[in-house]
Design a protein around this ligand. Structure first.
Ligand SMILES: Nc1ncnc2c1ncn2[C@@H]1O[C@H](COP(=O)(O)OP(=O)(O)OP(=O)(O)O)[C@@H](O)[C@H]1O
Ligand SMILES: [Mg+2]
Length: 277
């Protein structure tokens, strides 16, 4: 079964798209360097803002005929073919493929309301093409809407990015319960919370250190901490240039932290030791 990572948190601006795009790209590179036979990774953008699509493909004007919207609206029997036809090669790497979002996704939730099987309209076609990929990474919008439920129902591993701020971390347990609810309520046993990823960590800020310590010592959340990404202006510049942070500045602290995170995921996926550069 292809590992499918979904980056999710109903809070906005916590680094979901930054993490989804850089993790997807990082996986391609590390799998290739590890000599994996298949190092193709698929990035699925479920957010109508289409930030992940924009930075990885240079466009965000996908529409009725060439985006996730097209897949969701397709006849169910045709949906896997439609999905294949909508895939775009990322400008970052030939082996990074993108199912782009569209501003039209905004209306898709309303259009699909009450349609039988609507929550599975991403999971079903994705499962039919998943074996072509070493991994799939899904970016979600900042809400637990139908679109995010579709992302969770298509995933095996939920990664929750969170900023080290009090009000951000207060909602964490409810995010975890929401994911567990999808697993149990929707009978999707493959989904589990794979980790909490602290983003935009500034060690000079006392409050950030304090919150990270509190998170580490929390009985439930402490076990789930899977990485810490520093606050680093290279991230904003990389977005501006439509580059991965690794390509913008491989020596930047955020690049090193994302490389570490990707190394951990690849070790989990392959059960082997993989070197991280
Ligand atoms: N490690 C970081 N250091 C500095 N800035 C960062 C970092 N990670 C993300 N950012 C910045 O924070 C902002 C939000 O990041 P991003 O778009 O990845 O969050 P998001 O959770 O996807 O947002 P949304 O909820 O709107 O989809 C962006 O301007 C991005 O450049
Ligand atoms: Mg986003």
């Amino acid at each position: 079964m292809t590992r499918t990572f979904v980056l999710t948190n109903h809070k906005g601006g916590v680094g979901k798209s930054t993490s989804a795009t850089n993790i997807a790209y990082g996986l391609v590179g590390l799998l290739r360097r590890s000599g994996a036979g298949n190092c193709r990774v698929l990035l699925v953008d479920t957010d109508s803002q289409a930030h992940a699509s924009l930075v990885t493909t240079g466009h965000k004007d996908y529409g009725a005929d060439n985006s996730l919207y097209t897949v969701l609206m397709a006849d169910r029997k045709e949906a896997a073919n439609v999905l294949s036809n909508c895939l775009v090669q990322s400008t970052w790497d030939d082996d990074l493929h993108v199912l782009p979002a569209s501003p039209m996704l905004e209306g898709a939730e309303r259009e699909l309301m009450g349609v039988a099987g609507a929550p599975y309209r991403l999971a079903e076609p994705l499962s039919r093409i998943a074996s072509h990929y070493a991994a799939i990474v899904i970016d979600t919008r900042p809400s637990f809407s139908l679109m995010t439920e579709m992302g969770l129902l298509a995933a095996t591993d939920a990664i929750v990015p969170v900023e080290p701020r009090y009000l951000e971390t207060v909602g964490l347990l409810s995010v975890i319960s929401k994911i567990n609810e999808i697993r149990e309520g929707w009978r999707h046993p493959h989904l589990h919370v794979s980790g909490i990823l602290v983003t935009k960590m500034d060690t000079r800020v006392k409050g950030h250190k304090q919150l990270l310590d509190e998170l580490k010592s929390h009985t439930v959340l402490g076990q789930l901490l899977c990485g810490v990404i520093p606050a680093n202006e290279a991230v904003s510049y990389s977005h501006h240039h439509h580059l991965s942070v690794f390509n913008y500045d491989p020596k930047a602290s955020a690049s090193k932290a994302y490389a570490q995170m990707v190394g951990k995921l690849v070790r989990e996926m392959t059960g082997q030791k993989a070197s991280v550069s």
